[in-house]
Design a protein around this ligand. Structure first.
Ligand code: NPG
Length: 399
């Protein structure tokens, strides 16, 4: 019987990865587990929108007759970065997304987005399911995620994101520590009132050769043009998301007024939004986060668009556990990721990660080479950090 392959999935399914036979036409998902975990952060992380002291995350595991796979949902505890939050992600997954996935026949990673498309939005929840299906599919096939996505590097350059600290002295101490650790780029979280001074202090103390950028998480408005222009003399690699998500025109206006390159994060939730942002001249750099854009496959499409338009991209971070980090590292190994990502070693976030820890070597992380995402939760650690878990089986999803 001929198998129908959607045109845009050719790159994913029909290349020479050798798993055509086992996943041709897709498989049935037998069950999906939703698992809530809580990991204390080694240090509180303050941004313009709030302070995180622990990472509460939703993990998903899909089980097929051939094998299982893990995904991580990056929604935070509170809906402050975006409209998604972890309780909402678990609820929409349980009530809507899992039934769709479990009732579908012939599911593969390339079809997850269309299976889940009847549910509007909830990109982070959907991305976690797509990641889990990809992990299962590639693990069965013996192909690494990096290979599947088209990675061209075996290591990726790492940056570190520095939250808003209580004082300038505290900031300088934290930055000094990260530079000693070997991070290749420093990103400072900024907000109105915490911007020019910290940037100047870091430049004065550590010099002009440190690659430095700032992230405003949309905390400025058009009235702040002069304040943002005051950052120009500091040779920042970029300023990330100065204005609100939906203000493409404002970002385009700002781009004409200041010399620091503008990068968008929250504004870009899909390939279409990336295209519109670039067409509008709203940014010249793009932060790509798989969760924010609905999955790794959409992330690669945005990467491809940016490469075609000569726009630099880098991989953002959402305080992921080792699972999500492994996927980010694989993505960041694609050729268009020419700037260091918000991809730090496990010990930047947690005393104990749920996977084998990612360790910085010369400011870089190794791209996992094992099949699938390349790492798995360590059972004992996973149990220790689990708050709750529930599983839906195929026969329970019907009706
Ligand atoms: O290293 O994972 C990391 C954190 C990088 O600063 C970072 N992420 O706005 O990009 C961001 C920010 C963030 C953190 C966003 C937590 C949402 C939640």
């Amino acid at each position: 019987m001929p198998v129908t392959v959607p045109a845009d999935s050719e790159r994913w399914l029909w290349d020479d990865c050798g798993y055509r036979a086992s996943w041709a036409g897709g498989v049935r998902i037998e069950e999906v587990e939703l698992r809530r975990v809580l990991l204390p952060l080694v240090t509180p992380f303050r941004t313009a929108f709030g302070t995180e002291t622990a990472r509460e995350a939703l993990l998903v595991r899909v089980v097929t007759a051939e094998g299982d796979g893990w995904g991580e949902c990056v929604a935070m505890s509170e809906p402050l970065y975006s409209s998604e939050h972890v309780d909402g992600a678990e609820d929409v997954s349980w009530r809507w997304l899992l039934p769709l996935l479990l009732q579908a026949d012939g599911v593969d990673a390339a079809s997850v987005a269309s299976v889940l498309a009847p549910v509007k939005g909830h990109r982070m929840a959907k991305a976690a399911l797509e990641m889990a299906v990809l992990d299962a599919q590639l693990t069965v096939a013996g192909v690494s995620l990096a290979t599947h996505l088209g990675a061209t590097r075996s290591v990726v350059d790492c940056g570190v994101s520095v939250g808003i600290p209580p004082s300038l002295d505290a900031l300088l101490e934290v930055v000094a520590g990260h530079l000693d650790e070997g991070y290749r780029r420093i990103k400072l979280k900024v907000e109105p009132g915490w911007d020019v001074e910290p940037v100047r202090a870091v430049r004065e103390r550590f010099g002009d050769t440190v690659m430095l950028q700032v992230d405003a998480n949309g905390s400025y408005g058009r009235r702040d043009l002069a304040r943002l222009a005051a950052l120009d003399p500091f040779d920042l690699a970029l300023i990330e998301q100065p204005f609100a998500d939906d203000d493409f025109e404002g970002h385009a206006l700002l781009a004409r007024e200041i010399s620091t390159p503008i990068c968008l994060d929250e504004s870009i939730g899909s390939l279409g939004e990336a295209r519109r942002a670039l067409d509008a001249g709203a940014c010249s750099v793009v932060n790509i986060k798989p969760g924010r854009v609905g999955g790794l496959l959409e992330a690669v499409r945005i990467h491809d668009l940016c490469v075609a338009r000569n726009v630099a991209v880098w991989c953002g971070g959402m305080l992921e556990t080792g699972l999500g980090r492994a996927a980010n590292v694989a993505l960041a190994a694609l050729p268009g990721f020419t700037l260091p990502g918000d991809i730090s070693a496990s010990d930047r976030y947690f005393d104990r990660d749920i996977t084998e820890p990612f360790v910085l070597r010369d400011g870089r992380l190794d791209v996992p080479t094992a099949p699938g995402v390349g790492v798995r939760p360590i059972p004992g650690i996973l149990e220790d950090v689990t708050k709750s878990s529930r599983t839906m089986r195929r026969h329970e999803a019907a009706g």
